[in-house]
Design a protein around this ligand. Structure first.
Ligand code: UN1
Length: 494
């Protein structure tokens, strides 16, 4: 499926071989898929130097022409969609249907951001003085650094790199070492599409070497990061000291609220899809269900029945709906939280164990898990587990449901199932998250809307949507005085 055994960095339009490597493991089989090079600081320095040079010229290419390259990138991604999806399943484990969805998200982003090439709107306004013109324009920042996670290795990369490119920046991109194939394939697509050398540079490596070098490089003016809160706050602190712009997309502890008037069958479908799809390894995954006590039993019963029907296994086999966990370390973390939940007194209704029998032995698999009678202060109701584990929290009213949703330090996504229009509008106002769903699960963000969260989920910026352009541009206010004399603002107004 992959035409090489060893990936190369892509720096200044050249395929640069590495000297130290680590192996990429297929989480469904534990087989080695490919080797990925691990760069040192020197490679980052070279990449930034080349990116800086390339960016000067790229910024002068009219934006509609820059966009033409993105249209071509989108076309090529569409042409290669099936191939990319299969490779994505191979390196990440998510089931093929979801992999296709993720690649589609990248294709959508390409065409959407290519369209921005003919917009990138600023504002014109009136000047306070005679014969004076005022406007604001978006200017590229320069060289930007993007650091992307393994759970959405292509979609998240497109959310960050495409707006950066169309706005006239050059990019240094460090993909997660678990899932470098998508980056390698996207770099090939950039090359084929005719993106000038040096505009996008892919440097593989660890966070502690490549990531740190990017964060500390004085010529990288923005860092856009998706990953853990621990790493995110470290990056923010380092960038803060350098007055470097930083955009963070971090964890979530997303809840589905099920009210007493909800369509229970629909709610169960929404919960199963958003909790166990991608084996719960989405920032947006549902990991809490806040249920009105009047429908708690009915919901539990239906959830248990339908959880039993979930087919688990290698994502390349179409009958499987739930794939593996990314690696051993993630599996260990999930197991730890099962013990924590039990110790805290939550009732384990289903799952709770690693799957090790038969074919499962050759991969990293965990049974879809349901805890019930969980209270909001328990750690399993507060901390991100990043696996197929759901905690059911009973409540007695709408107000209590909203309070339970907002009781966590995160604020990415939330959802409510109800047919009461008044509750719908109150919920969309009161749920303290960056994304709110009504009568749908917590996943499924579309690329032309802002993606991100409140509180501990980030630092106020958004990925995707037109809002992503704010991360990768500086606002510049331009005044043109055509009076031929010195006019002093705020003074010569008569
Ligand atoms: C993520 O989990 O970090 O809304 C991204 C969704 C997807 C993107 C998830 N469109 O679930």
């Amino acid at each position: 499926m992959l035409d090489t055994k060893q990936l190369s960095h892509y720096i200044a339009g050249e395929w640069v071989e590495g000297d130290e490597f680590t192996e990429v493991i297929n989480p469904a089989t534990k087989e080695v898929v490919v080797s990925v090079p691990l760069a040192n600081q020197d490679k980052v320095d070279v990449a930034v130097r080349e990116a800086k040079r390339a960016q000067k010229e790229w910024a002068l290419v009219p934006a509609p022409q820059r966009a033409e390259v993105l249209f071509e990138v989108g076309r090529l991604m569409k042409e290669k969609k099936e191939h990319l999806s299969q490779l994505l399943t191979l390196e990440n484990g998510k089931v093929l249907e979801e992999a296709r969805g993720e690649v589609q998200e990248g294709i959508d982003m390409a065409f959407y951001m290519a369209g921005e090439g003919r917009r990138l709107f600023g504002q014109t306004t009136n000047a306070e003085l005679k014969d004076k013109f005022a406007m604001s324009v978006r200017a590229p920042v320069g060289v930007v650094g993007i650091i992307t996670p393994w759970n959405f290795p292509i979609a998240i990369a497109t959310w960050k790199s495409f707006p950066a490119i169309v706005a006239g920046n050059a990019v240094i991109w460090k993909p997660a070492t678990e899932t470098p194939i998508m980056a390698f394939e996207l770099a090939k697509i950039f090359e084929t599409a005719g993106l000038p050398k040096g505009v996008v540079n892919v440097v593989f490596g660890t966070g502690s070497t490549v990531g740190e070098a990017m964060v500390h490089h004085q010529d990288i003016r923005v860092i856009s990061f998706t990953g853990s809160n621990e790493t995110g706050s470290h990056i923010a602190a380092e960038c803060g000291r350098q007055l470097k712009k930083v955009s963070l997309e971090l964890g979530g502890k997303n809840a589905v609220i099920v009210m007493d008037d909800a369509d229970i069958d629909l709610a169960v479908e929404g919960i199963l899809w958003s909790a166990f799809g991608t084996s719960g390894q989405r920032c947006t995954a549902c990991s809490r269900v806040i249920v009105h006590e009047k429908v708690k039993e009915r919901l539990e019963e239906k959830l248990l029945t339908d959880m039993n029907k979930l087919t688990i296994g290698n994502g390349l086999e179409s009958e499987n709906k739930v794939g593996p966990i990314i690696n051993e370390a993630s599996l260990e973390k999930i197991k730890k939280y099962i013990e924590i939940g039990k110790d805290e007194g939550a009732t384990l209704l289903a799952g709770g164990n690693e799957l090790v029998d038969g074919d499962f032995a050759s991969g990293f698999y965990f049974a879809p898990t349901l805890f019930t009678d969980v209270s909001i202060e328990m750690r399993i109701a507060q901390e991100e587990i990043f696996g197929p584990v759901v905690s059911l929290i009973p409540v007695a009213s709408f107000e209590e449901a909203i309070e339970a949703n907002n009781s966590v330090t995160y604020g990415l996504s939330s959802s409510i199932f109800t047919n009461d229009v008044n509750q719908v509008f109150k919920a969309q106002r009161d749920l303290d998250t960056g994304i709110v769903y009504v009568n749908a699960g917590t996943t499924g963000a579309e690329i032309h809307l802002p993606f991100g969260g409140t509180k501990g989920t980030g630092n106020g910026h958004r990925d995707s949507g037109v809002q992503a352009l704010d991360v990768f541009t500086e606002w510049k206010a331009v005044y043109v005085d055509y009076s031929g004399k010195l006019q002093r603002a705020q003074i010569d107004t008569e």
